[in-house]
Design a protein around this ligand. Structure first.
Ligand SMILES: *[C@@H]1O[C@H](CO)[C@@H](O)[C@H](O)[C@H]1NC(C)=O
Length: 336
């Protein structure tokens, strides 16, 4: 009997190892991975750990799902390089000369979704550079300038990475400071004249190539949505002033977000300064209740990790509970 049980266990173990090998091989095929023999074992270990985590999460949670993506075989250090909201800079909370505030008691629509607006540029990819802040900086400038002129415009993240010495390039920064920098420069260049090159390692700090003849947008004023955290205030600004950059705490689970409304009790924290990644709120709504999950209010958030991540580059996160501090860092910017 004992012997039979041992054999059975062995068969199960072999079958699981086989399954792991199949999953790993399929992953490498799907994501075009060709690791050197030196890297292979470590990458495989990262992947298998992720695989277990994803299976466990999806078994235990119905509100949101995890799945494999380009981050599945990365180490923790590599994942940290995908962030970049800088903790020293963000405490300053700059506000430019104040423009009129939106009326806060206006009737808000049940939902807003700017993702498909013709003024929203395609999702971009910061790559292995902590430049999320620069991507968050340009999204509302692209959107609001297009609303004003009627013409879509893509703006340069690289300009801030290379030229904005008040921020830290690939080592992080903050969008309020970047808007102040852009004001000082007289505008931000079009990306057609200053393309993003910092995504692959080795191209981090290039020299500043500012050219005022290629400016595509100008900042008139900017500020934090106040009081914060306050979802009604953020929703109102979203409607009156377009996409709102914000900063969030990033838990390891977010890297493999695949669908649903992201939430994690560990991401509701008392310290509002506990944030590490800049993103952009581009909408809100409420899910319809299902038999397993109640109706859930959410924000629609734009990330800068490429279209292969999350919902074609976007994610939903629970609204109204300051999840990951997202309601503490919303800021608006107006264009000339
Ligand atoms: C949000 O801000 C509005 C406007 O200042 C205020 O009336 C409301 O009480 C605030 N809500 C919370 C939950 O603080």
């Amino acid at each position: 009997m004992k012997f039979l049980a041992a054999i059975l266990l062995l068969i199960v173990a072999v079958a699981m190892a086989d399954q792991d090998e199949d999953s790993w091989n399929f992953y490498k095929f799907q994501f075009g991975r060709k690791h050197s023999p030196k890297d292979e074992a470590g990458r495989r270990r990262n992947f298998i750990a992720r695989q277990r985590r994803i299976e466990k999460h999806n078994r235990e949670h119905a509100e949101w799902q995890m799945g494999h993506n380009k981050f599945s075989d990365m180490s923790d250090d590599e994942k940290l390089a995908l962030l970049g909201a800088n903790p020293v800079i963000r405490r300053e909370r700059l506000v430019s000369a104040e423009a009129s505030l939106p009326v806060l008691d206006r009737a808000l629509p049940a939902s807003i979704d700017y993702r498909t607006d013709k003024c929203m540029q395609p999702i971009k990819n910061q790559g292995q550079c902590g430049s999320c802040w620069s991507f968050a900086t340009v999204v509302p400038l692209e959107f609001n300038t297009c609303k004003k002129t009627g013409t879509a415009v893509a703006l340069s993240e690289q300009m801030m990475v290379d030229c904005d010495t008040g921020n830290g390039g690939c080592n992080g920064g903050m969008y309020d400071r970047a808007w102040q920098f852009i004001q000082g420069k007289g505008g931000v260049m079009k990306s057609s004249a200053y393309a993003y090159t910092s995504g692959s390692s080795g191209l981090k700090g290039t020299t500043c190539k500012f050219d005022s003849t290629a400016i595509g947008a100008k900042v008139s004023s900017f500020g934090w949505t106040m009081p914060y955290p306050n979802q009604t205030v953020s929703m109102t600004y979203l409607q009156s002033d377009g996409p709102l950059p914000s900063a969030i705490k990033v838990l390891d689970s977010l890297y493999n977000y695949a669908s649903g409304v992201y939430s994690d009790p560990a991401c509701i924290v008392a310290d509002e300064n506990d944030v590490a990644h800049a993103v952009v709120i581009v909408g809100y709504g409420t899910t319809t209740a299902t038999t397993t999950v109640p109706a859930t209010p959410y924000w629609i958030v734009r990330n800068s990790w490429g279209t292969g991540w999350g919902l074609s580059g976007y994610f939903l996160i629970k609204r109204g509970v300051n999840m990951c501090n997202i309601e503490s860092w919303t800021a608006y910017v107006r264009v000339v």
